[in-house]
Design a protein around this ligand. Structure first.
Ligand code: U5P
Length: 377
């Protein structure tokens, strides 16, 4: 395929969308495309030098005349500058609000007809789509894009339910870097954490927002712990952390819950983990489940959003109804006590990742989409 010049805009902080946008940029660069990140700071995980990756910082001036710093305008201006200077073929923005709208504005400002590709990651639809004042802006961003993708079939459907648009939406699943997320040797990490050999390790990774439903994680773990020796690793940080700590303090097995805070090297933690829990109230995909599966850790997730598209119930994990912590505990105890079944789930998880979410397959889907968009210009 022809090598393209591609601009990428995302929120560069920790979070599934920023991670996916950055990994996508890195892989496209490896395949010879020229990548221009247009973001407010260097994206998290852009931790290696690539000769064909460039970073353009969006600076937002906080003049006292503005009640709110005009990030969107600053971004659109920066996009227009980069498009003119670098002659981009494509601008791939992650999130309709505000990034797709900024891209449309940049097209107007620059006077150039480059392709706009918008990827919907979830928050823009599930949270903002219900806000009628923003719904029309989301529709505008979607309708003016040359191609739109959603990270799951569930998110695509939800978009059509909430936003009055006829624009075609392609589902392109999230992926993981299989060079990074793969089964590894635990060394003596378990001992370092003071975890006994006979204790099973359950892990939860998130940004500790309300939608991640931490109370059910704790409640499920307590039910599991009452029936077998186990530890719970809680990884990440966010607004609900304090409340979760209070809940743990008041629980029977508080010594068996380890708060590890934000971690950069999650893969090491998966080498000692036996089971992943993601019991969210809203989830467009569940990237953390896929990361765990790529490391051979099966998961239990709620029947919410894209989670059932990642976990195949009874094959590489389990799906439970939201709030059913008893079912979580029953499935977990059964799986953790049956080595043969656990090993079969582990293999099935690895197989599912390479079959449906292999990075090269997903990158190819994005490349084909770019090609279609560029051909129409
Ligand atoms: N993440 C970390 N460290 C943390 C918490 C989360 O690297 O302490 C990463 C996850 O590995 C995942 C993303 O790639 O942030 C969260 O995805 P999501 O919860 O937005 O889907």
């Amino acid at each position: 395929m022809k090598k393209l010049k591609i601009g990428i805009t995302c929120y560069p902080t920790v979070g599934g969308s920023g991670v996916i946008a950055t990994e996508l940029g890195k892989m496209l660069a490896e395949r010879g495309h020229e990548i221009h990140f247009i973001t407010s700071s260097v994206p998290f995980r852009l931790n290696k030098i690539y000769p064909n990756v460039f970073f353009h910082e969006v600076e937002v001036n906080n003049y006292s005349v503005f009640q709110y710093p005009p990030y969107d305008i600053a971004l659109a201006s920066k996009m227009a500058d980069v498009i003119k200077e670098e002659h981009l073929d494509i601008l791939h923005v992650h999130y309709a609000i505000p990034h797709a709208v900024c891209a449309v504005l940049a097209r107007d400002m620059s006077g150039r007809d480059f392709g706009i590709v918008t990827t919907l990651h979830g928050t823009d639809i599930s949270v903002l789509g219900e806000d009628s004042t923003l719904a029309q802006a989301i529709k505008y961003g979607i309708d003016r894009s040359d191609a739109v993708t959603a990270v799951s079939e569930a998110l695509k459907q939800q978009t059509y339910d909430l936003i009055d648009t006829n624009a075609p939406i392609d589902t392109i699943y999230n992926f993981v870097d299989e060079q990074v997320f793969k089964p590894g040797n635990p060394g003596n990490l378990k001992q370092q954490f003071g975890i006994e050999d006979d204790e099973k390790v359950i892990i939860h990774v998130s940004n500790f927002r309300k939608i991640k439903n931490l109370p059910d994680i704790i409640e499920s773990f307590m039910k599991i712990r009452a029936r077998m020796p186990a530890k719970l690793l809680l990884v990440g940080d966010g607004p609900e952390k304090h409340r979760v700590m209070e809940q743990v303090k008041a629980s029977a097995y508080k010594k068996d819950v380890l708060f590890l805070g934000k971690q950069e090297n999650i893969t090491e933690l998966y080498t000692i983990s036996d089971l992943k829990l993601l019991l969210s109230e809203k989830e467009s995909f569940g990237l953390v489940l896929l990361e765990a599966m790529a490391c051979g850790v099966p998961g239990i997730g709620t029947a919410i959003g894209g989670i059932p598209e990642v976990i195949e119930h009874g094959v590489n994990g389990y799906i439970v109804e939201l709030g059913d912590t008893q079912a979580v505990a029953d499935y977990a105890v059964q799986l953790l006590q049956d080595e043969q079944q656990h090993s079969a789930f582990r293999q099935a998880a690895l197989h599912a990742v390479s079959e449906h979410f292999h990075q090269h397959k997903i990158i190819k889907q994005y490349e084909d989409l770019y090609e279609r968009v560029v051909a129409k210009k």
